[in-house]
Design a protein around this ligand. Structure first.
Ligand code: NAP
Length: 355
């Protein structure tokens, strides 16, 4: 960090270099590290102008989330605008307020919201900014357990899956940011829970750390229906689908009458402009299945209750949360790419700065 003394002689750093990760240009398929670039960034002044309503933050933790791929693709009808080539990548992060022209946010406040993949960002309150209230929870968990992925698990499971005690629940991408919590919430609800994941290490974590009743490595299964039949001899009541594609097609055949399928994500669809077809849709009729896509943002009225419940579960040690932490802003592009090859074990986070 380059320092320049201000007039008061206290050595306050006013001008700093701001390392940034830029988005280079629109992609097809899954992102590559070369779709992003680390730039030294120009010098910025560590204060906001009066009347700007802006908040200057130092970014501490950044979140890698699969939805960010959607922002790298131009031509898709999406629920969120695409990134602009040449601009800083935007994502959820935990940050500390350095200076602010918004009376609701003061220097020193810890906040979570949409920020830039850079050391310092100028943001606004309307970037889903919230002050962090629970200082007894690890800071990075505010983009996971208590953030968007945690809320996705909570809203998707309780609001979309209509769970009943004793239900047979299947979760794909089960060791990830969302899946690990869906499985644990289902266990707390009295369900029988099986997860799929892409390595034996992840399967071991599901069974021995996260408390799933069973788990399988989908990459080692030659027949997904046989795997599901083995784990659910009498069928599935709830499928929480994080992946789409072949797993969704297989699960449709193994559903029970009146089953529910929550369509949360399609991470297996590597080329979203040419997705796999789903052949077993007739099961929706014969088994009277309800299949519903959802966005966590449709349920934000439940956010306060979600935070209360999750904090309580975590403090009572009823829920554990697994993170995959990469260190340094420069590690962020590889970490984001890794989501699409299954490199991450748990919620993928980037540590940018401890302070
Ligand atoms: N609807 C919403 O509001 C909402 C909100 C947040 C997230 N989501 C969706 O929820 C899903 C999970 O998100 P997350 O944040 O929890 O990510 P995550 O599971 O932490 O990371 C992505 C995981 O997807 C799996 N994966 C990657 N490529 C795959 C493939 N070809 N086939 C099957 N699995 C593959 C990998 O695990 P394996 O090693 O197990 O393959 C990888 O670790 C994503 O689809 C995401 O888009 C939806």
């Amino acid at each position: 960090m380059e320092k320049e003394r201000d007039g008061n002689g206290e050595g306050v750093p006013l001008l700093v270099e701001n390392k940034q990760i830029l988005f280079k240009g629109y992609i097809n398929g899954i992102p590559k590290e070369t779709d992003m670039e680390l730039k030294a960034g120009g010098k910025i002044e560590l204060r906001v102008a009066n009347g700007s309503s802006r908040i200057l933050v130092k970014n501490l933790y950044l979140s890698c989330d699969p939805f960010m791929r959607g922002r790298m693709i131009f031509s898709r009808a999406s629920y969120i605008p695409p990134f602009v080539p040449g601009s800083v990548i935007e994502g959820f992060g935990v940050s500390r307020v350095i200076d602010s022209d918004d009376p609701d946010f003061r220097p020193g406040d810890l906040v979570v919201g949409l920020t830039g993949w850079e050391e310092y960002s100028f943001i606004r309150k309307d970037q889903q900014l919230r002050k962090i209230q629970h200082h007894d929870i690890p800071l990075s968990y505010h983009v996971g357990l208590l953030g968007m992925p945690g809320f996705t698990a909570y809203a998707g499971f309780y609001e979309v899956c209509s769970p009943q005690k004793g239900d047979y629940v299947f979760v794909s991408a089960a060791s990830g940011a969302v899946g690990q919590l869906v499985g644990q919430l289902a266990k707390l609800h009295g369900c029988y829970v099986v997860g799929s994941a892409g390595s034996s290490k992840k399967v071991d974590i599901l069974k021995n750390t996260l408390g799933f009743d069973d788990a399988f490595n989908y990459k080692e299964e030659t027949d997904l229906n046989a795997a599901l039949k083995r784990c659910f001899p009498s069928g599935i009541d709830i499928y929480f689908d994080n992946v789409g594609g072949a797993m969704l097609d297989a699960a449709l055949l193994e559903m029970r009458v009146n089953g529910r399928i929550a369509i949360c994500g399609m991470v297996s669809q590597q080329d979203l402009s040419n997705p796999d077809g789903i052949r077993n849709m007739f099961c929706l009729i014969s088994k009277r299945i309800k299949m519903q896509g959802f966005l966590q943002s449709d349920y934000l009225h439940l956010f306060p209750q979600f935070v209360k419940d999750m904090v309580s579960y975590y403090q009572q040690k009823k829920i554990v949360y697994i993170e995959d932490m990469n260190e340094g802003l420069e590690s962020a592009p590889a970490a984001l790419v890794g989501l699409f090859t299954g490199k991450n074990i748990g919620k993928q986070v980037i540590l940018v700065s401890h302070e």
